[in-house]
Design a protein around this ligand. Structure first.
Ligand code: HEM
Length: 148
């Protein structure tokens, strides 16, 4: 069971962090280079909608599998890196909730209203906050390797 939980945990982390890397470093710059706002922003809104559904699943899997591994060892015996991961992970979940119910919802409204300047601003906020979450995710993983 512990290795199944570890496996699911890593799969969920790859899905979330890999998805952010793809959107920020490949999809968004390519869409910006090729498409006018009236095409680019509906594309980004739909891409985020599909990706964020996966992120909700990844968060559920990360939380259940992470707590499973942590509680199997006991909070008292867990290395500092595991405690750091719990804290940083909860922060990432909260930040994603903010992205989803704030800028992402507003992006959808702006796209429906064909308000491209507002939609562009909201897509920019989603990109910035997702980059912060990517940095936090890398820190959380580094903690498991480098904190005793
Ligand atoms: C609050 C939720 C979280 C808890 C309780 C948690 C807990 C843990 C624990 C206990 C381990 C150590 C497993 C082991 O070494 O046997 C671990 C490893 C790992 N965690 Fe998390 N985690 C959480 C959130 C996250 C998040 C948000 C990410 C990244 C998106 C993440 C990515 C990873 C990765 C990649 C490993 C594998 C390190 C390795 O085994 O080499 N975790 N986590």
């Amino acid at each position: 069971m512990p290795s199944l939980m570890n496996f699911l945990h890593v799969l969920a982390a790859i899905t979330w962090l890999g998805g952010i890397v793809f959107v920020l470093l490949a999809l968004r710059p390519a869409a910006t280079a090729l498409l006018p706002p009236a095409h680019r922003l509906p594309l980004m809104a739909l891409a985020f909608k599909r990706f964020f559904r996966l992120v909700w699943v990844a968060i559920g899997v990360l939380l259940v599998s992470g707590l499973w591994m942590l509680l199997a060892v006991g909070m008292k015996n867990a290395p500092a890196g595991w405690h750091a991961m719990l804290g940083i992970g909860l922060l990432m979940f909260a930040l994603f909730g903010h992205i989803y119910f704030g800028p992402f919802r507003r992006l959808g409204q702006a796209v429906s209203a064909a308000d491209w300047p507002e939609a562009g601003r909201r897509a920019g906020q989603i990109a910035t906050l997702s980059a912060v979450n990517l940095g936090l995710g890398v820190l959380a993983i580094a903690g498991v390797y480098f904190l005793a």
